[in-house]
Unconditional design. Structure first.
Ligand code: CUA
Length: 343
């Protein structure tokens, strides 16, 4: 591009380019932003309260210190013929004051911080909904021992009820984060960490792994789906049914029957369970059609994306454990039909 061409660009061109780039890269804003600054659960409010208190004190300190600095710069600036200002060495009163004030401010921050650390470290009672969270390269598994459910990619919770998470990893370090509901916790092999929260609202919220865990760390997202209690109960009851056997169903479409056959013969069944409570090394696929995203938040869960994903997982997430099986287009469509039908 010549110099004159650059000069002719209107001033808003970079903004337009940025917007186009964001749209093209699929960086569309989520309905709910992935932020800790909008607390929607009791735990998140505790953390937000500490942040606001600390920010208030930091703002007061900033204004006073910078203000004093500006006054000193102005008042004692060099002027022609001005005498040297009074030089002070050692002032006991001043030193006591500037020790007491910071000590007071630190205490005002430390007391609520320590109180919150102890409060959030407590374990909720037995009435809480128990969920085991297991990190995998590169997806999250969620097991509900009280409900006999194993699922992946979507942490479904009822609003208004405390959820108690017990978290670990099947392989390397990951970090689990509930942006608007609770904090972050690293997960370690052979160890269990805890986190709890009580969702105040319903919705489908984005979240992602926040500890580098390999080449696809950036595509290890998940959703937190908060439902009304009756909707959650209905989901759990509906989920807790064994997979249908379409080969024995005279009303099932041939495509679905073909898909079921391919699921068994192409090796999918070696890693992916269709039984609601059975964990295998890959994500449990019982009711996968009801999830909003697939491939750990990488793609919206449409028929087209599901077919693309199972045909070419290595193209979407290089290094992922799922191999390219060389599925033809009709085979991929049959598998999609089978996965969709089973819910
Ligand atoms: Cu898992 Cu980063």
């Amino acid at each position: 591009m010549s110099h004159s061409a650059v000069r002719r660009l209107p001033s808003w061109a970079p903004v337009l380019l940025l917007v186009v780039a964001l749209v093209l890269t699929g960086c569309a804003p989520d309905q709910y932003p992935q932020t800790t600054l909008l607390p929607r659960a009791d735990y998140a409010r505790e953390a937000d309260d500490i942040l606001r208190k600390t920010l208030l004190w930091a703002t007061i300190v900033f204004v006073l210190v910078e203000g004093a600095l500006l006054v000193a710069i102005w008042k004692f600036r060099d002027r022609p013929g001005a005498a040297e200002p009074v030089q002070t060495h050692g002032n006991t009163t001043l030193e006591i004051v500037w020790t007491i004030i910071p000590a007071f401010i630190l205490a005002m921050i430390a007391v609520p911080t320590v109180r919150t650390i102890f409060k959030t470290a407590q374990k909720p009672g037995p009435d809480a909904l128990q969920v085991e969270v297991i990190g995998h390269q590169w997806w999250w598994e969620f097991r509900y021992p009280q409900l006999g459910i194993t699922t992946a990619g979507e942490l479904r919770v009822p609003s208004g009820r405390t959820v108690s998470l017990e978290m670990t990893t099947a392989d390397v370090l990951h970090s689990f984060w509930l942006p608007q509901f609770a904090g972050k916790r690293d997960v370690f092999p052979g160890r269990y960490n805890n986190l709890w929260f009580k969702a105040e609202v319903e919705g489908n919220f984005p979240a992602q792994c926040v500890e580098f865990c390999g080449v696809q760390h950036g595509r290890m997202a998940y959703r937190i789906v908060s439902l009304k209690p009756e909707e959650f109960d209905a989901w759990a009851a509906n989920f807790n049914t064994p997979p249908k056997d379409f080969s024995a169903d005279s009303t099932a479409a041939q495509l679905v029957k073909d898909g079921q056959g391919l699921f068994l013969t192409k090796g999918c069944v070696g890693c992916h369970s269709m039984y609601p409570a059975l964990p295998l090394i890959g994500p449990n696929l019982h009711h996968v059609g009801s999830r909003s995203h697939i491939a750990a938040g990488t793609l919206p869960n449409t028929d087209e994306n599901l077919a693309k994903w199972i045909q070419h997982p290595q193209a979407w997430k290089p290094g992922v454990l799922m191999p390219d099986l060389g599925l033809t287009d009709p085979e991929a469509q049959a598998l999609v039909a089978y996965l969709r039908a089973n819910q």
